[in-house]
Design a protein around this ligand. Structure first.
Ligand code: CDP
Length: 244
């Protein structure tokens, strides 16, 4: 398998490989997608990072999220561009990475409201599909295997127990062991965001469900890489021989 394809002229579009990884908040989609892409030599596209970048760009305009219109979101999203890095497409807000801002609580609080706007979803989906025109990609999000790439080569739906998701997210954010009280509060926030995102978080019928509650990150990456290799190295079905 090679990550980078030739021009559209020498490589038909249907040969591109798309691995879709969907699941609820903090189910480990992005980090898993990152490592799967690295192992396969593909590029990682984090669709949630685009929703976050658009939300950050809109927050920079200063007025309260309750009054935001779809048109004003799309106008702010003009400040967002996707930069192609070695192994990933990374969104920039007004030319900067702005990681702390896009992962911060103000963006996290308003991103679901933004993600419910159909025009914003179309904008994100168009950006993501552009990435997949030239590269084999691992795309993570909530509706990648259903709305964005219904014909993806491999679809994964990652789930994990909410308490465990909260524990992992806090450990990553705080860089120390969180207390039970902190985990309980974060679990509440995650469950609330899951509810807000419920309509757009859809498991495709043909997705492989992986519960990561008792898996290490290396184990879940390994499983997905093995599934991807099994699918992409499978010989094409032979056509029936005339007369048989
Ligand atoms: O990492 P985490 O699961 O917390 O969220 P994310 O992947 O960064 O996505 C942030 C938000 O974007 C989600 O809470 C959804 O509201 C939205 N989103 C979406 O609606 N559809 C996607 N394909 C990806 C993200």
């Amino acid at each position: 398998m090679t990550g980078e394809r030739g021009s559209a002229a020498d490589e038909p579009a249907e040969r591109r490989i798309v691995i879709a990884i969907d699941g609820p908040a903090a189910s480990g989609k992005s980090s898993t997608a990152h490592w799967v892409a690295e192992r396969l030599g593909f590029r990682h596209v984090d669709s949630g990072a685009l929703y976050r970048a658009a939300t950050a760009a809109r927050l920079r305009r200063g007025d309260a999220p309750e009054g935001w219109t779809e048109a004003s979101l799309l106008e702010a999203a003009r400040d967002v561009e996707l930069r192609a890095g070695a192994g990933a497409f990374v969104p920039l807000v007004a030319g900067e990475l702005a990681e702390a801002e896009t992962r911060g609580s103000a963006v996290t609080h308003s991103v679901s409201r933004v993600a419910r706007m159909p025009g914003v979803r179309d904008w994100v989906n168009a950006r993501v599909r552009e990435c997949a025109k030239r590269y084999d990609v691992v795309v993570d999000g909530r509706d990648i295997g259903t709305a964005v790439f219904p014909d993806a080569t491999l679809k994964i739906f990652l789930v994990a127990d909410p308490w465990e998701r909260a524990r992992r997210r806090l450990t990553q954010r705080l860089e120390r062991r969180p207390t039970d009280e902190e985990i309980a509060e974060e679990t509440d926030r995650l469950v609330q965001r899951d509810a807000k995102d419920a309509t757009q978080t859809v498991q495709a019928k043909d997705a492989v469900l992986i519960d990561t509650t008792y898996l290490t990150q290396a184990e879940q990456v390994e499983r997905i890489v093995a599934l991807a290799r099994a699918i992409t190295q499978r010989p094409a079905p032979t056509s029936p021989v005339d007369g048989e």
